[in-house]
Ligand binder design. Sequence first.
Ligand SMILES: *Cc1c(COP(=O)(O)O)cnc(C)c1O
Length: 500
Amino acid sequence: MTAGHRPAAGGSEPPVDATLTDCIRDLERQAAVLEPGPGERRAELDAVNAYLEEFLSTLDSRPASMAARQQARGILDSPIAEQGMDMGSVLQLFRENVNDVGASHASGRFLGYIPLGGLYPGALGEFLAAVTNKYSGDFSCCPGAAHMEYQVLRWIADLLGYPKGAAGNLSSGGSIGILTATVTARDAHGLRAPDYERAVVYLTPHTHHAMYKALRIAGLGGCVQRRIAVDAAFRMDADALDAAVAKDKKDGLIPWLLVGSAGTTDVGSIDPLDALAETADRHGLWFQVDAAYGGFFMLSELVRDRFRGIERSNSLVINPHKGLHSPMGVGAVLVAEGERLYQSHYHTAAYLQDTKYGGEQETSPADMGPELTRPFRALSVWLPLKLLGVAPFRAALSEKILLARYAYEKLAEFEYIELGPFPELSVVAFRFVPKDGDADEFNRRLVEAVREDGAVYLTSTVLNGRYMIRIAILSFRTHRDDVDLALEKIRYYVNSLAKS
Ligand SMILES: *Cc1c(COP(=O)(O)O)cnc(C)c1O
């Protein structure tokens, strides 16, 4: 009993005459650092906490965008080795190459794309979930985790006005949620490969690209993708939709899926959901709503009524890591007829023979989406809601809406400005039209100058073929001072570019 028990290269070798139990004891000793003791845990947690406290207390004076110093090479220059490093050195590598480089999504002055995540109690929820290591995929393994997930989903379903029979799944984000919902829609309509080329999806030029990705991943990339015209505020034209569906029916196609947006990424526009639901009902379409960005604004009385009709959709995606500021990696998909979600995602195997659809009480989360092993995401949404209550989330979202209106009003006072639509939610789009020279080029240079300055972070889009700048307000850390600073930077660089 000797040679066969040698540990892998790198470990210290036991004496040649070692017994099996000697070898096991030796390996156990070598692996013991995987379980730090109370003193080490305390020291590591203290070091991480000290780093984070320093980070959070200086966040206000840090830029929203930092130069990509040597493209963070330090990570690559420090290879993963057999021997570990001390926590101080690891944190130093993280600070210099990760946290102090590039865009800072933690900043309240990050106003690009759709701002994401970052809520501290949400991070504590992730930590709690990771250390207790509870598996949230199987009801019988951890009924409490399943209850927590279903409670979060039910709370969202109630907010949206979804029926009692609705069911859902916490996904990694909107993209996987959309894929999950789209596959459910496919199965609910009994679409099979020979039908795909005649199946029609209705969307708009402002539908999120995750929808196109989902179709392609699901093998449905070859279906007919009908981009319905939008009105001046970038909302789907319901009459044009109705006409398109009627024509497709007459032409022998299979009108299948209608995708409405409840908050487009471009400008935050909300499609006329009630009218869309009407058309979907009339023609037997599956009505899916992308509320990834906009959905949680239903918490605000300021805009709640704009979502009328959302409760009539068949499936829906909404992102806690956007509107609820959960750490990145939590989306939610909901299906009004919950059993459809299960039918498309459960899988049988001998070892899964006890799995069944029992509504919220018994179904396993792993049967309601594509993942088997999955993070315990509910805790990072549930913990902040339990700890803080819903009220501060409502207030923060109403504040964002008013900040967007404030930015819009202030921008209207700028010279040479051309404003996009009045913000329905919290995205403001605009551009400058200089007296001479190419407007697209001018605005592109403006965004670059602001980005290089770094104090605030802005991104752009294209509307009606024109380059447009966006101010997207969603972080719980974005307040009036931050918007004022963004406006000040824009004014400064408009003036300096106009002179150059
Ligand atoms: C962010 C977003 C998505 C994609 O969600 P991820 O969580 O990034 O995958 C889809 N639709 C809209 C409208 C979005 O804003």
